[in-house]
Design a protein around this ligand. Sequence first.
Ligand code: NAD
Length: 260
Amino acid sequence: MARFDGKVAIVTGAASGIGKEIALRFAAEGAIPVIADLNLDAAEATAAEIRAKGGDAFAVAMNVTDEAQVDKGVADVVAKYGRVDILVSNAGIQIVNPLVDFAFSDWKKMLAIHLDGAFLTTRACLKHMYAANYGRVIYMGSVHSKEASKLKAPYVTAKHGLIGLAKVLAKEGAEHNVTANVVCPGFVRTPLVEKQIPEQAAAFGISEADVISKIMLKDTIDTTFTTTDEVADAVLFFAAADTCVMSGQSLVVSHGWFMQ
Ligand code: NAD
């Protein structure tokens, strides 16, 4: 029997990058991943990839900042499968700019995706998790949940905020056997990061190679990018928790960048 047999796992932002890998890994270990993403075509493609390997998967169009879409998406999942066991709140974007120039609209957009999205998806899933007396919620944080970098004010603010949300959920959820954790990756070469390399090169007036070696990997212990697989390992570890023993905790997965 596989570790997640029969479990339904909603993964937001699972059409690409880290979320996609998490969905593939859940499917490989028996779960039914729900690919909830803004980009429905890409979500359908991920679901088709999983079904082609013999698993089940369900693609849902969901803008995590839209209360009605989140509530409908989760309701559709429960209507189809009768349950939601796991939520991985992962959808995210990056906008870099010095604080002095940051557009208020960009600030609000960042907080909406990372924080409103986490809140809305959590709230929608919790009703069903409490009724079932079981739930595992994992937020995609970042080393930037614990550390700061220049140009990333709203990202760092939002990622720190997820740790607070997870701690509250750990306390409120415990009596319902619902746990909450944050996984905090270092740099992973997904489309989100590929986009930042030329942007940071331009912002700092350095080469793209220097962005990688002197900024992104500077503080790792082995000059190595974190991989989507390594992040998925940590997510599945928390998702498989038998008890509340680790609930409320966050784990840095970063090749040594920011040790606690
Ligand atoms: P990605 O760009 O590869 O994938 C992000 C996915 O989120 C895309 O499929 C996109 O369509 C979706 N998305 C964006 N806005 C959305 C919205 N409003 N509603 C629903 N879906 C939306 O990015 P990634 O690197 O895989 O990032 C995933 C998460 O991991 C993000 O929360 C990011 O902050 C976090 N993270 C990434 C890194 C990294 O180095 N790549 C490091 C630490 C944390």
